[in-house]
Design a protein. Structure first.
Length: 477
RNA sequence: GGCGAGGUAGCCAAGUGGUAAGGCAGGAGUCUGCAAAACUCCUAUGCGACGGUUCAAUUCCGUCCCUCGCCUCCA
């Protein structure tokens, strides 16, 4: 592949754009922190997963295969608490929400990770890592049977989040009585293994330190090691995970393996709603189902979530979904005009266009994607091309090339055009059809008053008439 | 208090040391009996405020105001 430009991606650690390349020169291994499955994921969660999805698509379309690992967190305080509340086993409870998560992912056109490991299925891996950390002097067992990571033992701690002298701040940040933390040597130390507590119920595993369960951060370290190795190409997640989650992962992994862990860090900014933060109490925390119930499609939701740069906050509003619908409709129209020009009547397989595709007339949009995944700029470029392209002068071959390029760029962003509305068959009730025909007759007779009267009647019934060259169409309003 | 992100038209949102992409919404026109569609065109002397550097700043620097995130288990 001659001089394919690599994706330039901002790196959280060095705070500058760095070309994304696989260390082994073949396949790019990356880990994305997945959901904690204790309820429906909200659109803020999906903003992150969609950004990771676009990342993967761009890398793959630029010619580099990926190995995508995204975990399922199926054991932590909340999953335990809520499964107990629901009277279900932890497994049943988390499987339920995992299933729903997968449905949402599919609806939003997210590529499935190649590996999707669950925390509960990697307890031995996590125990092994704790043992290594104790052996190397980075962890210690506390009086209550919990095991903690000794932050002071890792000189690079804080490098990712750029937090300095954290110890000094901890007094202020720490709640007055945190009974969970009494046995730690230092406030900054964090749990690798949490000793069993009564409220954990049956959710405990045997370990060299007694029954208990792994700490949250550990699963990602253990599972990334298992599937990607001690060092891998990129790690990503929501911006809020920088500290402490990713900082702790780095500490654990580097100290346990002696490797350097992730080479590149990508973090996605938060989604805001109506100019403010999303929160349950404000009633502005939307799930995909919420929006579907309001009549919006997952494609529209994806369009909105992708329409702001991943490193900046994005303001979500219901109105933006309306805007997305119109914008998508315009893309559909453009696509149809091109398709008509090619003479291809039936919708072709999306893959067929993409497979041999290249950015072509959408080169500028593709370059925007390669420059730190600038999707909003790319979309601007796409519409610029759509507006300025005179398809009328195209040959069938031109149209086919343009069609392939359009699908290539849309595929990179993960946009799937909705079914063309005009092609949907709608059953028109007989009485409506009759009225429409009466109007047509009146129109032919140039009886405008009667024709308009009938049009009004139809509109009142919820139907709209559109005259065409040599006939008319009746459609639901 | 520390670290970070951001404040660009009615709404959403790119971008640049040389005079503001794109989407939505809105407006005008052509064409249609009307309507729809289609096509054409228009819509920020302005980029939070105030200073500074510069021939030139929305873009660089400084101060300030506001919003949002993180500061031990929130994407």
């Amino acid at each position: 592949m001659p001089d394919k430009p690599a994706l330039l991606l901002h790196d959280t650690l060095t705070r500058r754009p760095i070309p994304v390349t696989p260390a082994d020169g073949k396949r790019l291994g990356f880990y994305g922190c997945g959901p904690t499955v204790y309820g429906p994921a909200h659109i803020g969660n999906f903003r992150t997963f969609i950004a990771q999805d676009v990342f993967r698509r761009v890398v793959e379309l630029s010619g580099t295969p990926t190995l995508h690992v995204r975990n399922i967190t199926d054991v932590d305080d909340k999953t335990i608490r809520d499964s107990v509340k629901a009277g279900q086993s932890l497994t049943d409870f988390t499987q339920h929400w995992t299933k729903l998560f997968h449905l949402d992912c599919a609806a939003l056109n997210l590529l499935s990770p190649h590996v999707e490991p669950k925390a509960t299925e990697h307890i031995p891996h996590q125990i092994k890592m704790i043992e290594d950390l104790i052996k190397r002097g980075h962890a210690y067992k506390a009086g209550d049977g919990s095991v903690y990571f000794r932050v002071a033992s890792f000189a690079d701690y804080g490098k990712l989040s750029h937090l300095e002298d954290r110890e000094l701040r901890l007094g202020a940040a720490q709640g007055a009585n945190d009974s969970d933390e009494y046995s730690k040597d230092a406030l900054a130390d964090f749990a690798l293994w949490k000793a069993h507590k009564p409220e954990d119920g049956a959710n405990a595993w045997d370990s060299p330190w007694g029954r208990g369960r792994p700490g949250w951060h550990l699963e990602c370290s253990a599972m990334s090691l298992e599937y990607l190795g001690a060092e891998f190409d990129l790690h990503s997640g929501g911006i809020d995970l920088i500290f402490p989650h990713h900082e702790n992962e780095i500490a654990q992994s580097c100290c346990a393996t002696g490797g350097h862990f992730a080479r590149h860090w990508m973090h996605i900014a938060h989604l805001m709603v109506d100019g403010g933060k999303m929160s349950k109490s404000l009633g502005n925390l939307y799930t995909l189902d919420d929006l579907k119930q309001r009549g919006f499609t997952p494609a529209e939701v994806r369009y909105v979530l992708v329409s702001g740069h991943y490193r900046g906050p994005l303001n979500f509003t219901l109105h933006s979904l309306d805007a997305a619908r119109s914008a998508l409709a315009n893309l559909v129209k453009f696509e149809k005009v091109l398709r008509d020009k090619t003479g291809i009547m039936a919708p072709q397989s999306h893959d067929e266009f993409v497979r041999n595709g290249n950015a072509g007339i959408f080169e500028a949009a593709w370059l925007a994607l390669l420059d730190d995944l600038n999707v909003p700029k790319a979309l601007g470029c796409v519409f610029g091309v759509v507006n300025s392209t005179k398809v009328a002068g195209f040959s069938a071959a031109d149209a086919k090339a343009a069609l392939g390029s359009l699908h290539f760029i849309l595929d990179a962003i993960g946009i799937v055009l909705p079914e063309i509305i005009a092609e949907k068959t709608v059953t028109v009730p007989d009485d409506i059809q009759q009225l429409a025909e009466q109007r047509w007759v009146a129109k032919q007779a140039k009886n405008w008053a009667a024709a308009d009267e009938l049009r009004k009647k139809l509109e009142a019934a919820g139907w709209v008439i559109k005259d065409t060259k040599d006939g008319f169409e009746v459609r639901p309003k």
